[in-house]
Design a binder for this molecule. Structure first.
Ligand SMILES: [Zn+2]
Length: 360
């Protein structure tokens, strides 16, 4: 008798050259008995980020194992794929990407990986907010030239215009239009991720569709419960004290949903690749003083030195260790996506509630 694996390995080759190709083969491969939901399928599924792999694993349940391309604790904004990562993608049957601009390396990666996998974009259907970033950089002349070479035509035009009135050549102002990918810090948006993953897995593996639908419903219920829990936690902070200063611009969706105001960020922008100017840091310190924001919140992996310096000058505390872009290791405080959001909320509520009441 042929095993499921041998049937699949015979049929899989080149199956997904066309995205969305119908895959009836699995209907025959997985016998639709009442026990069907407990069997596993030999599909290689990889999600780009560990938190996304965790979300997808909740949809896949016992039927599929979802691996993560990026290791735990690595910043997805600045991740650089290795030849090994290309091989992993090429050998995958399903690749789950976050999208919405989070993976800056993605276009190059997908273009060069080869292979014939089914692509699921978790944020499909969500419209990210735009973000105009202005940063001033002091550069040595040769660095300025290199930078120039990387700018798009549009950016060169805007630079030419901005330079007209000034003969200063030691610093340059760059304008970037970026989109904010950080939907997942508001669990309500993750419902859409779950639906997209459910639909994608069901397309590739129709015999598992019932299971994926059940798992998705159960996980969506947990996301809704998490949302209610955050609302209840945040209610402990008076609205006028809901002030956030963070490492980079990652909390705007969270802030909108739960009534916070993002006072400022250390790094100017929705990514982590840009350094602030001395002037921007001075402005941030002024803003912290003016608004009375009591803390700077730092995610794991960010550089604490600059934050400590700003905190000292502004007379506030640094709350570090927020898990925004990666879960913790299994024995840490936030090994799953749901834990990440709970843990961050607890840190934020403790820092801002303390400031607003208990100490006075
Ligand atoms: Zn980010």
């Amino acid at each position: 008798m042929m095993t499921l694996k041998s049937i699949l390995s015979g049929l899989l080759v080149g199956l997904w050259l066309v995205l969305g190709a119908s895959t009836d083969v699995y209907v025959h491969a997985a016998t639709p008995t009442p026990e069907a939901t407990t069997e596993t399928v030999a599909l290689r599924v990889v999600a780009i980020e560990p938190f996304l792999a965790d979300i997808a694993q909740n949809v896949a349940g016992e039927r599929l194992k979802v691996a993560s391309l990026i290791p735990l604790g690595v910043d997805p904004h600045s991740f650089e794929p290795t030849p090994n990562d290309l091989r992993t993608l090429a050998e995958s049957d399903v690749v789950i990407v976050h999208g919405a601009g989070l993976e800056e390396f993605l276009q190059d990666l997908l273009a060069s990986a080869g292979g014939s996998y089914y692509l699921i974009e978790a944020t499909k259907g969500l419209t990210p907010r735009g973000w105009d970033v202005e940063h001033q950089e002091e550069m040595h002349p040769h660095e300025a030239e290199e930078q120039e070479a990387e700018l798009s035509a549009e950016e060169k035009v805007s630079e030419a215009v901005s330079e007209e009135g000034s003969e200063e050549v030691h610093s340059e102002i760059h304008h970037h239009h970026e989109v904010d990918p950080h939907f997942w810090l508001d669990p309500n948006y993750v419902i859409r991720y779950v639906e997209n993953i459910r639909d994608g897995l069901s397309q590739v593996d129709p015999a598992g569709a019932t299971l994926y639908a059940q798992n998705a419903d159960a996980y969506i219920a947990q996301l809704q419960e998490l949302d209610r829990w955050i609302v209840a936690q945040v209610a402990q902070i008076p609205p006028e004290h809901r002030l956030l200063v963070t490492n980079h611009e990652s909390f705007s969706y969270f802030a909108d949903r739960y009534g916070f105001q993002v006072i400022g960020t250390i790094l100017p922008g929705v990514s982590t690749g840009v350094s602030p100017s001395a002037q921007q840091l001075a402005q941030l310190i002024d803003l912290i003083r003016e608004t009375g924001a009591p803390a700077i919140f730092l995610e794991t992996g960010s550089n604490p030195q600059l934050a400590e310096q700003i905190a000292r000058e502004a007379g506030v505390q640094v709350v570090s260790g927020l898990y925004t872009h990666s879960p913790s290791p299994p024995d840490g405080p936030a090994p799953t996506y749901l834990d990440m959001i709970r843990y961050n909320t607890t840190l934020i509520v403790e820092a801002l509630r303390w400031e607003s009441g208990a100490q006075e």
